[in-house]
Ligand binder design. Sequence first.
Ligand SMILES: N[C@@H](CCC(=O)N[C@@H](CS)C(=O)NCC(=O)O)C(=O)O
Length: 234
Amino acid sequence: MITLYTFGPYFGLPDGSPFVTKAMLLLKLAGLAYAEDRGGYGRAPKGKLPYINDDGVLIADSTFIRFHIEKKYGFDFDAGLDPAQKATGWAVERMCEDHLNWAMIAARWVDEANFAKGPAHFFDAVPLPIRPIVRSLVRRKVRSSLIAHGFGRHAEAEAFVLAKRDIDALATLLGDKAFLMGKTPCAADATAFAFIAHLLSPTFNAPIRTAAERHANLVAYRDKIMRLYFPAFA
Ligand SMILES: N[C@@H](CCC(=O)N[C@@H](CS)C(=O)NCC(=O)O)C(=O)O
């Protein structure tokens, strides 16, 4: 029995976090049934979601969830790919998770209007007297992490130049293929889908959303994977 710890659906998406969305798709691609639990954040082994509990074994981090699925269930997400395709897939994952993600965090957590429509709602369940305090403490923590990483030190226009490169690279790599590496989804599709779906969320007004919307293939890819694996959100 696998339990996936999640934030829950937000912004018209299966989860408010792209990393949780990625983990959901990995489990679905591997054909593994799982239950969702929205109450695990406080006990997260690495202080972040997602993590899973697989028959008593805790695995934290979406990539380690992938490795766990591959090892325990013998499911090879990259079956049929040649070494260069596997390397490209890995590079795509790192680009989305460790670069493009920061642009998305900035668009959601720094921009006032987007914050109010988006992440501010993560705290709706916090009792009212302390809600604004918790909300602003977490927001300050996120801003500090943007500075610590370095992405948050760029001017908005500079950050956009960098993020647009990522988005354009995703669109170029996908081309007119069904999935990133051809006719079958691979591990990198779980990451790419999660980030493209989050970028395209209509909740947020941001140049990175417009840049993604300009690529018809990215929109069609999001729509197709949503229909296939998350029909309730299609
Ligand atoms: N490397 C991690 C990243 C996970 C991550 O950044 N999760 C964020 C949500 S998008 C989180 O739980 N943040 C809460 C916090 O940092 O307190 C993974 O792949 O699972």
